[in-house]
Write a protein that binds this ligand. Sequence first.
Ligand code: MN
Length: 421
Amino acid sequence: MPSNSLIPLNHSLDEAAPNLETVAVEAQQMEKFPNSVTSSGNARDKRWIEASTEPKIPELRKTLERHNSERQLIVIQDFPDPDALSSAWAYQLIAQQYNIQCEIVYAGTLSHQENIALVKLTNLPAKRWGIQNLKEHDLSLYQGCVLIDNQGTTSQLMPFVKQAGIPIAVVIDHHSTQGDLQSEFADLRPQTRATATILTQYLQAGLLKLDSNNKEHVKCATALMHGLRSDTNRLMQAQEEDFLAAGYLSRFYDSQLLNAVLQTARSRRVMDVIERSLKNRKVHNNFSIAGVGYLRYEDRDAIPQAADFLVTEENVHTAVVYGIVHDEDEELEVVIGSLRTTKLTLDPDEFIKEAFGQDINGRFFGGGRLMAGGFEIPMGFLGSFNDNSEYAKLKWEVFDTQIKQKLLRLVNPKDNLIQTD
Ligand SMILES: [Mn+2]
């Protein structure tokens, strides 16, 4: 495998942008956007949305019409992030217009303090369906499954959904294509920064008319704003379509509520993981790599937060942080890792797929989107918890060495020596 192939040039960021200067003013559309400052801006925004979502809007409308009065299961990743949570909620509200009743479910846990705050403060209707207690839920109630901000590869629920024979009705995502997926409607946009941007475009195109007097709409708009911000590094990596989506949401969202979500403090245990990542980091060729040892299932999100922090160091463009997450309830251990990069030409999806390869079923251990990626490596026979601290230490060292070796193979392509320190 040629190691230098992991750094492909990204597509031009402007590639999908229609030429706004040529867009004509259309008087009819102005009245739909009464709050905007300039009328020509209104028509331009509308045209922008039409250009980027066309022909998806009518297609989605038809799909929703076909499933009128049905029930759908919206499956989001095991550890849902604000982009997934808010986008799933927006889809649920859109589907309600078509008399489709949706349940938003995830199998893992809400780990990041901001996500817990988001769900609590907005009453976001997502539910945890743990694999252990799946029997409590009747899957035969659902005629379709909806994947938002994922393609089914990051949820433990998918094998059960497939087993129950629930067809995939809708997929809306911005991650790189994760392989063949049979779905009735798909809107996959790897060049788009946030799924919340896609859902906001749907709202703006009229699939659901937001009403600032409707409390649920205001909260959903606030959640979408948070989702959009968090997937664009607080808008610093946002493109024109994200700003336009944020501009639209700004008419409805509650800035105080968003502030309350963002003010949430980190727990002490998260701080400890960040401290460990700082202490253990090794910097090679502008990559900062840190293994943080064992951490509890509820603190899993400390890993991406540590990666977010390590990538801010001078002369570092990419950070990878990983650890062994153990779930005491389910007697399960798994290696979880996160990658963050500020290097535009580094494709996290490709990097992770090339570093870790596939399992025996041909499934990749992870993937990514622009600037961020993640991986999850099952520990198999070694993956059960053991109280013996010597044994636990030994096991960590084995995994730590193996992961470092795979990463360094890409980071120092010419350097075949393995560093075990
Ligand atoms: Mn996302």
